[in-house]
Design a protein around this ligand. Structure first.
Ligand SMILES: Cc1ncc(C[n+]2csc(CCOP(=O)(O)OP(=O)(O)O)c2C)c(N)n1
Ligand SMILES: [Mg+2]
Length: 286
């Protein structure tokens, strides 16, 4: 199905760059597509400005392919590396003031529910670890306390990458970065557990090294947010530029960190959310 969300204004067809014309023609991609279909549609302009080997770039592609209803989804981004790629997706998206993303998404979700009472509109926040766990944490947590029906996704590259490498609350203890030369003094914030305690009905922690798992967690989070309440997905992908490893090592490193138990995939599901997922999944694909 081609929802036809984007059109080129008449008269501009000839002057628009070829890759943008392709995005209009082969994306948005509609429901019924998934990670296994990546390559069969166009979800992101090729020439995004993220660094070589950036795990966020892969995570963003997997995220886009995993949305259960892309034509009825609005993504809310925040300032950071990933915000350089958000405006280049084949989806409705809003860039919010850094840290404000969950407040904006709460209002947007409520407005969409009033404007389209008979339609399901998914509002998904996708922001960096600094935006989510540090500067926007009050907005993030209060959207969870208020039980807003939105999904929050953190792209956890364990640093403030976009501003040259300061430590974030999500950097591991002892981390030395370009702008954190003395080493971080306290451990990584346990945000999945905080999310669970703050009222998220579904919490998932994953990495882009396993695309199908990321897809399953994101779909579950969005389906639960529609019916029950706030949900949270944390995507782990340390930054090659700031953690100084080779760009072609991103995935092997992620797999190794998981094997060693440094990174632990997680799923916290409330009883109510599990009942819903059992009903929706019925043993098959959500
Ligand atoms: C209100 C406000 N405060 C601070 C900044 C500066 N700033 C821009 S990006 C950024 C760091 C973002 O870190 P993170 O959210 O982890 O995203 P990343 O760049 O690592 O993807 C900061 C502090 C800003 N743009 N606006
Ligand atoms: Mg970051």
């Amino acid at each position: 199905m081609k929802p036809g969300l984007f059109k080129i204004s008449p008269g501009f067809e000839e002057v628009m760059p070829a890759e943008y014309r392709e995005l209009v023609e082969h994306g948005p991609y509609g429901a019924g597509m998934g990670v296994a279909d990546l390559g069969a549609f166009k979800e992101l302009l090729e020439e995004h400005p993220l660094c070589a080997g950036c795990g966020l770039a892969l995570s963003l592609r997997l995220f886009l392919a995993s949305l259960p209803a892309p034509q009825d989804t609005v993504i809310v981004g925040s300032t950071g590396c990933s915000s350089l790629a958000f405006p280049q997706v084949a989806l409705q998206n809003i860039h919010s003031l850094f840290g404000n993303q969950n407040a904006l998404a709460s209002g947007l979700k409520r407005a969409l529910s009033l404007r389209f009472p008979d339609k399901v509109k998914d509002v998904v926040v996708i922001a960096g670890d600094g935006a989510t766990a540090d500067i926007g944490l009050d907005m993030v947590m209060h959207s969870w306390f208020r039980q807003e029906n939105i999904t929050t996704v953190m792209l956890d590259n364990e640093a403030y990458a976009n501003t040259g490498g300061q430590e974030s609350g999500m950097s591991p203890q002892g981390t030395v970065l370009y702008m954190a030369p003395k080493g971080k003094k306290f451990p990584k914030i346990p945000l999945p557990e905080i999310a669970r305690e703050a009222g998220c009905a579904y919490v998932g922690a994953c990495s882009p090294a396993q695309g199908k798992r990321l897809e399953r967690m994101l779909r579950r989070a969005i389906l639960v947010a529609r019916e029950i309440g706030p949900t949270y997905v944390q995507i782990f992908a340390p930054c090659p530029t700031n953690y100084k490893f080779k760009p072609n090592e991103t995935l092997t490193r992620l797999k190794l960190l998981e094997k060693e138990g440094v990174f632990q995939p997680k799923e916290y599901i409330t009883r109510e959310a599990q009942d819903l997922l059992n009903k929706l999944e019925g043993g098959g694909k959500p």
